[in-house]
Design a protein around this ligand. Structure first.
Ligand SMILES: [Zn+2]
Length: 262
């Protein structure tokens, strides 16, 4: 009787452990083919305008095909999504017209994400973690249901709070370094104006380097060519307005989402 119970618990533990990787692999595969955003968000003219500015740079980095650029109020300043069908960079509405050099600096950060397929790599982490955790737990904890559930939960917590954050932060630092190494002096100054503007706002925690560490890195890059640049407040007040509007819009859309869910 007791052997029946223990084999039943083992079977249950096994089903529990394998259900996670199956769901994660399914999610990962569908994310590779899912369109990034609705087609009505796409503005052909804006896309052409940005591609024209970066024409040479995109060609040098072998990224001239399949890149789509969208303008949106998303709460983030910019974002990248890479799928098998397309590479998309989503940029803050009106940023290009507010400060073109800041736009160029931030856009180069996103180009690094596209070039490195960072969003695919980050999404791949979940299925890799889930599959390897099954083998690890089967080996070290056995498959009985309760120990399987408890140990998987602990591993998942460590993965989400430590490993996934470490990897995301690594991609962001890499993208910042790419932007700094590939920007002109004016673009670096634009990047600094954005940092000054960001410092005026409530910071939403992200995986990006903090505005202070970004400021240090940009200042160091400018100092290398003998330039010390402190923007005047008039130079970045347009950016502050834009960032504030972005924050308001994203809070409003989150509230609307919550309202719709009720
Ligand atoms: Zn980034």
């Amino acid at each position: 009787m007791s052997s029946m119970i223990s084999s039943g618990l083992s079977a249950l533990g096994s089903v529990y452990l394998w259900s996670n990787p199956i769901a994660k692999v399914k999610g990962f595969i569908s994310s590779l083919f899912k369109p990034v955003s609705k087609s009505e968000d796409f503005d052909e003219e804006f896309n052409r305008r940005v591609i024209k500015i970066f024409d040479k740079f995109l060609k040098e980095n072998n990224l001239d095909a399949n890149l789509k650029i969208c303008q949106m109020w998303t709460g983030h300043i910019m974002g990248t999504k890479t799928t098998f069908n397309e590479n998309k960079i989503i940029v803050l509405s009106n940023l290009l017209d507010t400060d073109e050099e800041a736009f160029k600096f931030l856009f180069k950060h996103e180009i690094s994400h596209v070039k490195g397929n960072d969003s695919i790599k980050a999404a791949l982490l979940n299925p890799i973690f889930s599959i390897s955790s099954v083998f690890f737990l089967r080996h070290y904890c056995g498959l009985s249901f309760i120990p399987a559930v408890i140990s998987y939960r602990i591993l998942k917590y460590v993965f989400e709070k430590r490993v996934a954050i470490f990897v995301a932060t690594f991609f962001e630092r890499k993208a910042d370094n790419f932007a700094i190494n590939n920007s002109t002096i004016d673009e670096l100054k634009g990047g600094l104006r954005m940092v000054y503007a960001e410092k005026e706002l409530l910071t939403i925690p992200t995986f990006h380097p903090t505005p202070s560490s970004r400021k240090k890195a940009l200042e160091a890059a400018l100092e290398k060519v003998g330039i010390r640049y402190v923007p005047s407040s008039e130079e970045f007040e347009g950016l502050i307005k834009l960032l504030k509007k972005n924050q308001e819009n994203s809070i409003a859309s989150k509230l609307q989402e919550m309202e719709e869910k009720k």
